[in-house]
Design a binder for this molecule. Structure first.
Ligand code: HEM
Length: 407
């Protein structure tokens, strides 16, 4: 069989990854992508099976000898970056087994429905404030002028980061997350390490402040857990960093692609305008249609069958949530954006032991934002076709120029 061309760094892929995903999905068995030494899973059934399979790990370091671990780290070019190694390569997402379950439970307990619901007023007030600031503009960049400011502010508030420091969170998280993309180089590595160091130093000061004077925020609760011996100081810092990073770029991206989808499919936008109660379904559809974090990986820890063939222990898989969410075997008219889609069993938040902790918060942001936009603006139009980010690990437009007419 001829190997198909799969080039996630190309402009074509950035423009339309779904044609490439469909091509991989149509192959009789998973595609081996040499650049990342991974078997790419694109069918919803395979992706879901692997995400739910407890023998498939994100991180298999504890199964390796120290020499093997160092070797694997070097192959990824993840060595010689002390802060990144200490706080990013070993955070909750990279932890497995009992230590993962214990830490996840502690943090999960803080993300209660009541805590999330309490954020609605904060989100609404901030969204109103941003839109008031744009009141003299009939056209603006939805991503840079609006969406990019939201998640850092909201997650920052949840954690307890003062409002004036929130814009910096975006820079740190983008610089750290940028190093996970296929094709990143030593410059990205240096930037990621520097950002992790600065972020760490910032969080350390916040930890000390909350230790002295606890507030009603997540950081104060984490400090309490730390001081009760439930987690180490490094775990506290790494988990807080992860929470900020995990929800930041991804929310900006799905706000951009979600807005773009409404503008590309005006009949669907009109349906939502006519029936605002559809907002929850519409938001779920935005996550399915352009999943903002389309690509993760897993390692098999034992010989396992996936997608109809056997793979040896140690095999690395690319789990393409973004591709699974367009699988016609699971979704009727999978390439159609449908704000009434129900059921909508998308996998944009993953599945199994690492299932996204912040999905309710991300969905609440979207709910408030799109409802408010439709309330305020009688019409929203696309001014220019946007360019999407290249690569596998994030999906969202760089910019989204829109023109608005107020009511
Ligand atoms: C906006 C869209 C978001 C998307 C698409 C998303 C997606 C995901 C996915 C796919 C995973 C699992 C990764 C894997 O399977 O390997 C994950 C994990 C995680 N997410 Fe999200 N996420 C989003 C927002 C957020 C937010 C707002 C937060 C925090 C406030 C958050 C916190 C986390 C954490 C802490 C984990 C790790 C959980 C664990 O390892 O047990 N995410 N997310």
């Amino acid at each position: 069989m001829n190997a198909p061309t799969f080039d996630p760094l190309s402009d074509n892929f950035a423009r339309d990854p779904h044609t490439a995903y469909a091509m991989l999905r149509d192959l009789p068995e998973p595609y081996y992508y040499r650049d990342v030494d991974s078997w790419m899973l694109t069918k919803a059934s395979d992706v879901e099976a692997v995400a739910l399979n407890k023998t498939m790990l994100r991180n298999r370091d504890h199964l390796l000898s120290e020499a093997e671990r160092k070797d694997a780290q070097r192959k990824m070019n993840w060595h010689d970056m002390p802060h990144h190694e200490r706080f990013v390569q070993t955070n909750l997402l990279e932890t497995e087994g009992e230590p993962h379950a214990r830490l996840r439970k502690l943090v999960f307990r803080e993300f209660t429905a009541a805590m999330i619901a309490r954020q609605r007023d904060t989100i609404q007030a901030f969204v109103d404030h941003l839109l008031d600031g744009l009141k003299d503009r009939d056209a603006f960049d939805f991503v840079e002028d609006f969406a990019a400011h939201v998640p850092g502010h909201i997650i920052g508030r949840v954690i307890g980061v003062p409002d004036e420091d929130c814009p910096q969170l975006r820079i740190w998280s983008e610089n750290i997350v940028g190093f996970f993309n296929v094709g990143c180089d030593d410059t990205d590595k240096h930037i990621a390490e520097q950002a992790t160091k600065e972020f760490y130093e910032y969080l350390l000061t916040l930890v000390q402040a909350r230790r002295k004077a606890p507030q009603e925020d997540l950081m104060s609760r984490m400090v309490e857990h730390r001081d009760a011996g439930h987690m180490s100081e490094d775990q506290l810092v790494a988990t807080t960093m992860l929470i900020l990073m995990a929800g930041h770029g991804s929310t900006i991206d799905v706000l951009g692609s979600g807005m773009h989808a409404l503008l590309r499919f005006p009949d669907q936008h009109q349906k939502l305008r006519d029936d605002p109660a559809l907002i929850n379904l519409a938001v779920q559809e935005m996550f399915r249609f352009e999943s903002p974090l389309p690509y993760f990986h897993r390692f098999a820890t034992e010989d396992t069958e996936v997608g109809g063939r056997m793979f040896e222990a140690g095999t690395r898989f690319g789990v393409l949530y973004g591709a699974a969410n367009r699988d016609p075997e699971r979704f009727d008219m999978a390439d159609q954006f449908d704000v009434t889609r129900s059921p909508n069993r998308h996998i944009a938040f993953g599945g199994g032991t690492h299932f996204c902790l912040g999905n309710h918060l991300a969905r609440l942001d979207m709910d408030v934002i799109f409802t408010t936009l439709n309330d305020r603006f009688a019409s929203i139009e696309l001014v220019k076709e946007p360019t999407y980010k290249p690569g596998l690990s994030a999906r969202g437009p760089f910019t989204l120029d829109i023109a608005v007419r107020r009511r």
